[in-house]
Design a protein around this ligand. Sequence first.
Ligand code: PLP
Length: 381
Amino acid sequence: MKIADRAEISPFYVMEVMKAAADRERVQGNVLHLEVGQPSTPAPQTVIAAAHRALDDHRLGYTDAAGIVQLRARIAHFYRQRYQVEVDPHQVVLTMGASGGFALAFLAAFDVGDRVAVTEPGYPCYRNVLEAFGVEVVGIPVDASSRYVPMPYQLDAAGDLDGLVIASPANPTGTMLTTDEMERTVRFCRNWGVRLVADEIYHGITYERAAPTALKYTHDAVVLQSFSKYFSMTGWRLGWMVVPEDLVRPVERLAQNLFISPPTIAQIAAIAAFDGTEELEANVTRYRTNRDILAATLRKVGLPFAPPDGAFYLYVDVGSITNDSPALCAAWLDELGIACTPGIDFDPVRGRQFVRLSYSESTEDITEAARRIEGWMTARR
Ligand SMILES: Cc1ncc(COP(=O)(O)O)c(C=O)c1O
């Protein structure tokens, strides 16, 4: 029987690494999870209490396709408070994680055959989903020399574009665009009629300075956000988009047809996420401690990495020890009991010389992982 060409979509390798780590854990126990891209903490207590109340008090039926008005209004308020940016609540669309947002944004903004640029390395699902939708993906190879931010000459060299996807802070590097770089990128998109899709899912998890939002500079971009990372609600499957006026109805129609509505209990509970700041900021403090521990060890053993401004990843250049990062990750899982993600997930070309280490787990686990990596590196000298 026929299988669609688009079903040839690449796997999201990190999910496969998680499977291998779980297999080893079942057999041998004791795996340190530096492959996971999610907080190791539950949702804040405010959210859990609100979810209990919702179970007791609500019917929990479908909602509007774009989400409940109270949460959309709360998110608009969040933009006013956090960024001093005015967002009309009707431009806020709740989605099934940022992932659900990609599907809606890409389908609404791009046609089959359009050309959309993504950075390499970058979050793999942008490329995979765009390709599944018949969009031509243009890779922009970024590196440590520009802190993995696309430079103007690289955008110019990409040829005619219909769209550009950026993430700041980025996965897998944790690097961020400065305000100047954001302004410059928005200007490029405006000048050339390129639809900007800005993934701001790691906002809130930043260490040296706050991340600038694209919304400060443009009303034409689609901005994606989520309750998965800063708000520590990964499995609740709730995110949002701020959508430009011309895409509000197209996105709403697509959402009605594709999903009907995002998870109702998650939406009701998420209103209380904005009151969980104390717990959420404590998570960021722990990520910072973990980052510093892991970064110090990597410096000590001579493994370079991008300067991590935010998120909870270090993208480590292991080119001095291998040109086969999947094999290195397999060896570390086998010999050290450390799961991590090979760079090929993020960069099909140069990813064989990189691994991504996530430091979102407990400080004890990250300290132990750093100790094992240091021992392994010392032993092979
Ligand atoms: C950059 C980036 N965007 C989007 C997502 C998807 O997140 P969500 O759980 O909101 O679907 C992730 C998940 O790791 C991510 O790293």
